[in-house]
Ligand binder design. Sequence first.
Ligand code: PLP
Ligand code: ZN
Length: 431
Amino acid sequence: MTEPMSHLRCITCDARYDAREIRYRCDCGDLLEVRHDLTRLTRACGDLKERFERRLGSRAVPYGSGVWRYHEMILPDLPAEDVITCGEGNTTLYHTPLLSRQFDTENLHLKHEGENPTLSFKDRGMTAGVSWARHLGATHVACASTGDTSAAMAAYAAQVDGMQAVVFLPRNKVTAEQLSQPIAAGAMTLAIDTDFDGCMRLVQEVCSRHNIYLLNSMNSFRVEGQKAIGIEACQQLQWRVPDWFVIPVGNAGNISALGKGLSEAHALGLIGSMPRIAGVQVSAADPFYRSYQTGFEERVTVTAGPTLASAIRIGDPVSHDKAARVVDRYAGVVETVTEEELMDAKARADRSGVAVCPNSGVALAGLRKLRASGTIGAKETVVVIMTAHGMKFSGVGVAYHTAATELTPEHPNPPIEVDADADAIARVIGV
Ligand SMILES: *Cc1c(COP(=O)(O)O)cnc(C)c1O
Ligand SMILES: [Zn+2]
């Protein structure tokens, strides 16, 4: 048998482990990442860019997927016929004059990950994570979740005969739409009287003691799938590299994945330069922002408070160390925004015809702040990652527009009650 293309490597002490070994941390306690032999990969595959261009628009399984188009960069040792896919990725990169005006950024692009099968970017991670879990013969998979991770894991696990999904949710802290997803897909859904960070500790404990495969983003194979967001965005821009990526940060897995994907794309010659990356948090839960303010000298944790951006209500981000390296390597910045700022920013995208979630609103509000401070220039090319669809958080949107929150909407648009009468309706319309 040939030497595998990938192995696990500790991000601090460089210790090396077999990729087929089930482990989430190094013996030294730090995080692991999947390392691919990029030199051998190039030799074995020839012109990767030509290959990825050829697959674009294909309906073939799995290469039509916006993750598996990049199979050789994601999990080269996983045979294509072993992939569990729902046709994830291939999400729209919105670029309209209206959006540019709303955010005072000429070359603005919104990468709408809410267009994935379970309506969030987590599908990209789970197609890789669940495929690898089955490859290793796992019968039980588990995750802690602020809602979207569990929805994605449940949907992908449901496609595997004999695989049971177990999700750890903080009770009453995810939306009804999010809760409906794992329940419908047959996952064992645990509602636990704690917050996300509490669920995260519990799921690690249970998985380490029992034969259950952990699928949170500290599982390095999930990160491999999420890497495809940035690579796909660059391909949509004809392999031109934007000046900035802007992304919301919760557990910090996605910003880590974004950085890893772009580094490898650069090393493989797919892109010619490196963008800058801005991570954005919400003030109710901004430990990563606070760590950034100490120059990452200190790792700050907080007890996360209530926020409309409930998917990033996390006080102790698991992938903190990976994300801090990404910010350093990409001349990055970290911002924090308020509830009012995130909802106003979300409303601006919504009004432009792109239905986004409050967590995406955090990234958009971060863009507005970074534009106002001049950190991001008006003519720079910016890609903002929209992490989930607005429909997963419909209650938040309705409450905002009907002034049922403490916030004052800039452009409230509540439904208008009117009699069932044509003249009355015409009066309301003003015609
Ligand atoms: C998971 C999630 C995030 C945060 O991603 P991390 O990898 O935890 O930083 C942001 N927005 C939405 C909608 C999510 O589901
Ligand atoms: Zn180590």
